[in-house]
Design a protein around this ligand. Structure first.
Ligand code: B12
Length: 468
């Protein structure tokens, strides 16, 4: 019997700050396989959207799944929207095949109704997609007339949210070469309360941890068969369930995997002991969602930790010899000249932490910030939020605080402003050509001005890489 086939398309073409492996595709491929379907993975970066018509003609799929990861770049200083490109992709698919069109993804999950309307997709899956896709494909193969629209994830979905991803070797190698890492998932869900954040909308608030054995099996497979030595845990926040994380790290160590990895962390509980255990299991890079080092602002964002805890976490990383980066947001609700200075003062003491400052907070419907922004008269409730809109505290703009930040951090190697990204691109490209893996931001600390001095700096850093 001929098995039905699904073409899985990653529509993402963004390559800044780095090309990001579409971790959804191998998961969806595994889900399709469980439902008795074959799959082919198509990646807009690797294969190019121009060749999508050929792939459709060659594969003659019985269904097409499109993964919509990004809607916009959430950068208020240089806003980009990807929506038109996604709509072009789905219309192209529509013109070339009558097969059911299924959409999903993290970006999709924030604006499911709007994207269903804009793409005219037959089916949409909000949140974790494996079980929902497997269920839908089984029904379609059985000839069941599934009503078009959003598929509500079944309550059982969380329980079997994890399948063993079916990686496409070419795709893994492409992203490992260009982006220096492969994304892997260890848990789904985020119970935290950050006022502006979409993660609970995408993944839900209840946390489901994946079996550590399965996580490490996947790493072992990617390391052994494809030579992947650097991973990024794509969990909303990695340190949510301490025992699970330590068990995973111990297992990596026990199996003797020669791998390094990074992840997003929240400062609370980032003790030296905990970091030490993770480091023994390969942790090299901690990326902290700090947002601010002013207690007033941390309370406004409902971050659930204090400025002192954030500073302590950065120090603990330094003391354990783990690279540490902190993301900051300036200009959110309640930001004033004083709170900006508080953050800058506290950051000054942390010269081995790399800071990535952003301004303004992207307002998403369904978040607490959305309600606050409406109440404050910053936005109209029924405005179109798929177009990026940002919350800026009035006094932040009036007091020209971003200029204050820029002038205070000018010349500091450990501050990377959004406008610096393009300047560092040659150094990053150079380090990648030398085979360096990982996020590389720790090397930016020693970067210089023009391309030549960047290259010299890169040479001085040596080719050994940050891979153990
Ligand atoms: C980890 C992460 C990063 C890391 C990636 C590291 C790496 N090497 O992989 C880094 C820091 C590099 C990063 C960068 C960016 N990110 Co980011 N990132 C995330 C995060 C936390 C997880 C993404 C992930 O990989 N999840 C795991 C995979 C397996 O899940 P998934 O892709 O969602 O797929 C599942 C479901 O969505 C569904 N699904 C997906 N596709 C499909 C398709 C079909 C047909 C079906 C049925 C189901 C389905 O099933 C999958 C399996 O369960 C999300 C937030 C979140 N919690 O989702 C933001 C998120 C995706 N990022 C976002 C953004 C904006 C960016 C940047 C543009 C930010 C910037 N200006 O730098 C860049 C873009 C980079 C790029 N080249 O694309 C936004 C996108 C929303 C938006 N506003 O557009 C998100 C949602 C965060 C947010 N602000 O809300 N990111």
């Amino acid at each position: 019997v001929k098995r039905p086939k699904i073409l899985l398309v990653s529509a993402n073409t963004e390559t800044i700050p780095a090309p990001v492996y579409p971790a959804a595709l191998p998961i969806l491929a595994a889900a399709a396989s469980e439902a008795g379907w074959d799959s082919t993975q198509f990646d807009a970066n690797l294969h190019g959207l121009d060749s999508l018509p050929e792939s459709i003609a060659a594969e003659r799929p019985d269904a097409v799944g499109v993964s919509i990861r990004n809607i916009d770049n959430t950068d208020s200083t240089d806003a980009a929207s990807y929506l038109d490109s996604h709509i072009r992709t789905t219309s192209l698919i529509r013109r070339r095949t009558g097969a059911p069109l299924i959409v999903g993804g993290s970006g999709f999950s924030i604006f499911p109704d709007e994207i269903m309307r804009l793409t005219g997709a037959d089916y949409g899956v909000r949140g974790a997609g494996a079980s929902a896709l497997a269920g839908l494909l089984s029904d379609l193969a059985a000839g069941i007339d599934v009503p078009r629209g959003l598929i509500a994830p079944t309550p059982a979905a969380a329980g079997n949210a994890f399948v063993a991803p079916l990686h496409d070797g070419d795709m893994v190698l492409h992203y490992y070469e260009t982006g220096g890492m492969i994304g892997i998932q260890s848990k789904i869900g985020c119970p935290r309360q950050c006022s502006y954040c979409t993660y609970p909308l995408i993944e839900g608030r209840s946390v489901v941890c994946r079996d550590p054995g399965a996580i490490v099996d996947e790493m072992e497979h990617l390391a052994g068969d494809l030579g992947v030595r650097y991973f990024f845990f794509v969990d909303s926040a990695f340190n949510i369930s301490r025992e699970h994380e330590e068990e995973t790290a111990r297992l990596i160590e026990k199996r003797g995997l020669d791998v390094s990895w990074g992840a997003f962390f929240t400062p609370r509980g980032l003790s030296r002991e905990y970091l030490h255990t993770l480091k023994r299991g390969g942790l090299t890079h901690v990326e902290l969602g700090v947002d601010s080092l002013s207690d007033a602002m941390l309370a406004s964002y409902r971050k659930g930790f204090s400025a002192a805890e954030a500073v302590e976490a950065c120090r603990a990383c330094g003391e354990e010899g783990v690279h540490c980066a902190a993301y900051l947001i300036f200009g959110g609700r309640g930001e004033t000249k004083e709170t900006v200075h508080e953050t800058l003062r506290a950051a000054e003491a942390l010269d081995s932490t790399v800071f990535f400052p952003f301004t303004g907070v992207r307002i998403y419907p369904g978040t607490r910030l959305f309600e606050e922004a409406v109440a404050d008269g910053v936005v109209e409730r029924d405005a179109d939020f798929i177009e990026p809109r940002f919350y800026f505290a009035r006094s932040f703009k009036e007091d020209r605080c971003w200029e204050v930040v820029r002038s205070r951090v000018a010349g500091k190697r450990n501050w990377i402003l959004p406008e610096d990204y393009s300047g560092f691109a040659p150094l990053v490209a150079y380090l990648r050509r030398m085979g360096r893996k990982g996020p590389l931001w720790e090397n930016l600390l020693s970067g210089g001005g023009d391309v030549e001095s960047l290259k010299k700096a890169a040479e001085m850093l040596g080719g050994a890489g940050n891979v153990r």
